[in-house]
Design a protein around this ligand. Sequence first.
Ligand SMILES: O=C(O)CCC(=O)N[C@@H](CCC(=O)O)C(=O)O
Ligand code: ZN
Length: 327
Amino acid sequence: MLDDWLALTLDGADRAHQGRLAGGHYRTIAPGVLELTPTRPADQARSVVISAGIHGNETAPIELVGELLAALEAGVVTLGAPLLVILGNLPAIRAGTRFVETNLNRLFQRDLDASGDEPERARQLMQQVDDFYTRYPTRPLHLDMHTAIRDSRYPRFAVVPFTEHQPSSHWAALAGAEMQAVLLQHQHSWTFSHYSRHYHAAEAYTLELGKVRPFGANDLDALGGMRRCLAQLAAGQAPSAGQVEALRFFQVAVELMRDHPSFRLTFAEDVANFTEFAPGTRLSEDDSGGGFVVGPEPLAVVFPNARVELNARAALLVRPCAAPGDG
Ligand SMILES: O=C(O)CCC(=O)N[C@@H](CCC(=O)O)C(=O)O
Ligand SMILES: [Zn+2]
């Protein structure tokens, strides 16, 4: 039963799974990787990668995947599009931690030469995505679902990875999924959504869907728009459109790196994502006299985390911008 796949996978019983469902069939093609194939794709069908659990303690997206699979199993949703459903970091999900040895979401790079469990998993997932988009090249889309460590002025927001040749984005569909803000990256970031956008010209986003909470403690009522969007994509329908004017757009201006062992942020742990700091405010410091001070324009902080690995991203500093015109 498709319903069992999620529970069995999380329990470590990764045996092969396949079966039929309304509109098509499914099979596991790697641990935590499920392919769903429609008998006849709908007219509006896109090739959709849905990933969750790239960070193991971000459980709301995994619960959304569970709801989608249950709706497909029950025939409430009829499969009309090829789907690749991925649970990213299985050992970290089982342990309830962001990662085990290193952050999986910085490893999606074709010439990656690191070794270890997470680099191996990144290679396996890159191969699965390559194979899927080769089998199903039609209008590729990748939604990589996460939750954030901190509170946020906009709890639901999309991060748009940077590529030189930007595939078109559909802001109205993001608004329809009840995203509240869009954050445009300014440089390559080697995240999972960046992989699909950069190497496959897929429309791809990292979606932040509220705050990190354990299984059972998530507010899934706040994610009704996302639930509907996933069901529509699985059915091969165009997702509902919302008001683009309701979305706030931001552009990354600076990526703060933990570039010294004594790196620290100067502001409180409970400062929410998108909190703005005035010109002249010191945001970070270290024992070597380094640090960052806000320049002549205010900057807002997103994903601040001083406890990252050395030379990893410790925060994004962003400024409001207009909606790029292609959506
Ligand atoms: O809340 C945080 O500090 C991190 C939440 C998270 O996992 N965010 C993603 C964003 C990926 C991107 O920049 O596209 C991450 O840090 O991997
Ligand atoms: Zn995450």
